[in-house]
Design a protein around this ligand. Structure first.
Ligand SMILES: Nc1nc2c(c(=O)[nH]1)N[C@@H](CN(C=O)c1ccc(C(=O)N[C@@H](CCC(=O)O)C(=O)O)cc1)CN2
Length: 286
């Protein structure tokens, strides 16, 4: 089917009997051809989560009319939802500092067609990654940060995000703490990679903290960014065993692979609308 269009509807609402039936009935009534579904009923928050992928091979109305039908359904169900065409990839702005291993993985997977996003810009408080951005023909914006200009440069970062119609900000080892205001304005739209198995070793230099503690595994955690440093809803975690003989440098290098893997996996799932924020946690709809 050459001119078939594919769509993703991800939604959540207070849990009660019949919510899935009402939504799937609406899809059926409008001829939406379901190709993938996943759902979860959370007993702790009494919230129902669902992801429905469908195509328009038998759609009996325009996509705009279908969208209006979903909007009408959402109100009585007190439903939050995100509905878009699958090939309408989210625009991603990546913020990086000096370490480029996560940026390299994101760009490589993107160029290979393995990451359903548009990387529209790269920003950095250093110039170490400028050549990499130029190699990939991605606009690079250098925003050096110091104590005096931190707020001004953060506004510049937000301006760039808005200038490129950003849908997701990815902190790929960006080593600046975002203000509460920016975190609140980008809730659910900013993903960070923290280089430890959270909640252990929050903040700066987690590998040094882990080495001092004598851990037997190291890890990486991709999470949504919130005002509470490294405490945002966890999306993906990767771990690997180590032992007493590991130096800090060996832990750092082993950790780089974990960080890149976790971050790319999190960005892919976000782009595919597989992640729902459930208070301080996430529900992943595979
Ligand atoms: N509001 C938030 N901002 C950021 C988060 C977050 O979860 N909430 N994650 C960090 C990333 N990060 C660890 O993963 C991290 C980055 C930076 C620091 C830090 O202490 N930075 C210092 C400056 C350090 C420097 O100039 O090299 C600072 O900002 O004062 C701790 C943890 C990204 N931002």
């Amino acid at each position: 089917m050459t001119n078939t269009h594919h769509y993703i509807l991800t939604w959540q609402c207070p849990d009660t009997s019949g919510v899935l039936a009402k939504v799937s009935q609406s899809l059926f009534q409008h001829g939406a051809f379901i190709t993938e579904t996943s759902q979860y009923s959370d007993p702790y928050t009494d919230t129902f989560f669902s992801r429905i992928a469908f195509d328009d091979r038998e759609l009996t109305v325009s996509f705009d009319e279908f969208s209006q039908a979903i909007e009408l359904l959402a109100k009585p169900l007190n439903m939050n939802y995100h509905l878009r065409e699958r090939e309408n990839f989210p625009n991603v702005v990546i913020a990086v500092s000096k370490d480029d291993h996560c940026l390299v993985s994101l760009l490589t997977k993107w160029k290979a067609g393995a990451l359903p996003v548009n990387i529209v810009a790269i920003t950095s408080n250093h110039q170490d990654c400028q050549a990499l951005a130029q190699w990939h023909n991605v606009p690079f914006h250098h925003l050096p940060v110091n104590k005096e200009n931190k707020a001004q440069q953060e506004q510049a970062l937000l301006d760039i995000y808005q200038q490129y119609n950003g849908d997701l900000l990815v902190l790929a080892r960006y080593m600046q703490i975002l203000s509460d205001e920016l975190c609140n304005s980008l809730r659910g739209q900013a993903i960070n990679i923290h280089h430890s198995f959270l909640p252990s070793f929050k903040g700066a230099k987690p590998y040094h903290q882990a080495h001092k503690r004598g851990v037997k595994i190291i890890g990486a955690t991709a999470h949504y960014v919130t005002a509470d440093l490294d405490e945002g809803p966890i999306i993906v975690q990767e771990v690997k065993p180590i032992n007493h003989a590991f130096t800090i440098e060996q832990m750092v290098h082993l950790g780089h692979d974990l960080e890149a893997t976790a971050l790319c996996h999190a960005v892919k799932m976000h782009a595919e609308q597989r992640i729902c924020i459930n208070k301080d946690k996430t529900v992943i709809l595979n």
